[in-house]
Design a protein around this ligand. Structure first.
Ligand code: PBG
Length: 391
């Protein structure tokens, strides 16, 4: 229906409710405003007056449906609120490293650091105390451990398995997820093995299966394949099951786009692609339907949750997947999105607290059950201040 037609119908409908000859009392507004603001046009005059008058002579628009009634007070708004955000919906990413005993701030992500294993445990404890119950680990791996085949990714004594065992021993109730992809361990800076300048799919999956089983053995609750190889969810499910890890879940990065919003994350892990870009495996930002193909494949292959990434620019993708898949969905509010809010907030251009809580709520409205965000701890603190009622 054209916009004009809709407008015509709306006006026609309104006219039907309008009293035939509304008493044209002196317009309330005119009576209460300064006469100096005179204009030739009077909205209350004429056969098609825009503003009618009620029995009391006050300005009245013949409008029966008034959505503002359900917004008139904090009490009403709280009663009819459609979505809720709690700290338990948030998953906190934690960067870990062993280059030194220092907690190293990440320049392009103010407030975020590469943690030592000790400070990682403190992060988990702090998150848990605020009601954030889930965490995802991202390791920075020293260059001398990186190879094309990324074999360090399944070393049971590698940083991630040791971190998992430590968290599980200190905070057994924390829900811990790991990233499954080769890039932190790849001397090519790619998520898969590179042969003849190409990222090879099925050989990479062999490594991903070893990595997933290694993490499961060290105590991961969920593994999160972020590599975008075809068929990896099914293969990882088979690998986990074959090794007796039927209770370890898969949060699949189903719709992961080749995005410039990952820049600060790659600074954090020193994992920028060594050559080219990631466009032969991560999705084209121009495509929406393609995400539905990825999502239905991952669901059919046995994923327990699906993820969309990045976040805000891809809320339409999240919503489309929500409409077609009934699995829980996660959205990743990625490093570039975090950095942008931080930068504007540092300049005093936006209200950081308000903008973050609004952003996270918008993820929920679009269909996310879980939100991965570097703001997890801050947002949980703010939500707790407000009695967990946001906005
Ligand atoms: C690695 C991975 C990336 C992110 C999560 N896992 C980077 C990439 O694909 O290059 C990005 C997260 C963020 O930007 O916050 N496979």
């Amino acid at each position: 229906m054209s916009r004009l037609l809709v407008l015509a119908l709306a006006l026609g409908g309104a006219a039907a409710f309008a009293p035939a000859a509304a008493p044209r009392a002196a317009a309330t507004l005119a009576a209460t405003t300064k006469d100096s603001l005179s204009t030739k046009y009077d909205p209350t005059a004429g056969a098609n007056a825009a503003v009618a008058a009620n029995n009391k002579g006050d300005a009245w628009i013949p409008q029966m449906q008034r959505p503002r009634r359900n917004r008139k007070s904090a009490g009403v708004r709280a009663m009819v609120r459609e979505n809720f955000l709690t700290p338990a919906n948030l998953m906190q990413p934690i960067f870990i490293h062993e280059d030194s005993d220092e907690v190293v701030p990440i320049a392009s992500m103010p407030g975020q650091s590469r943690h030592t294993l000790d400070s990682m445990v403190k992060e988990v404890e702090a998150g848990m105390a605020l009601g954030v119950k889930s965490f995802i680990l991202f390791p920075k791996v020293p260059d001398d451990l990186k190879t094309n085949f990324a074999d360090a990714c399944y070393d049971p004594e590698g940083i991630v398995p040791r971190a998992l065992r430590l968290i599980k021993s200190k905070c057994p109730d924390a829900m811990v997820c790991t990233d499954i992809a080769l890039d932190p361990y790849s001397d090519q800076g790619h998520d898969g093995i590179v042969l003849d300048g190409k990222i090879v799919n099925d050989m990479t999956i062999e490594q991903l299966c070893k990595q997933a089983v290694c993490h499961a053995e060290a105590g991961a609750d969920f593994v999160g394949p972020s590599d975008m190889m075809d068929g990896r969810v099914g293969a990882i499910r088979m690998a986990l099951d074959a090794e007796g890890h039927t209770d370890v879940g898969i949060i699949s990065y189903s719709a992961k786009y080749a995005s410039a919003f990952y820049g600060p994350f790659r600074d954090a892990l020193d994992s920028h692609p060594g050559f080219g870009d990631k466009k032969t495996y991560q999705q084209d930002p121009a495509n929406g339907r393609e995400a539905l193909i990825e999502a239905s494949l991952d669901a059919a292959e046995g994923a327990d949750m699906l993820m969309v990434k990045p976040g805000v620019p891809y809320l339409d993708v999240l919503y489309r997947i929500r409409e077609t898949v009934d699995l829980p969905l996660a959205a990743y509010h990625v490093s570039g999105e975090y950095a942008m809010i931080k930068a504007a907030a540092e300049k005093g251009w936006v209200d950081e607290r308000a903008i973050v809580l609004e952003t996270l709520m918008c993820f929920r409205r679009a269909g996310a059950d879980v939100i991965l965000t570097y703001y997890a701890k801050d947002a949980a603190t703010w939500m707790n201040d407000e009695g967990n009622v946001c906005l």
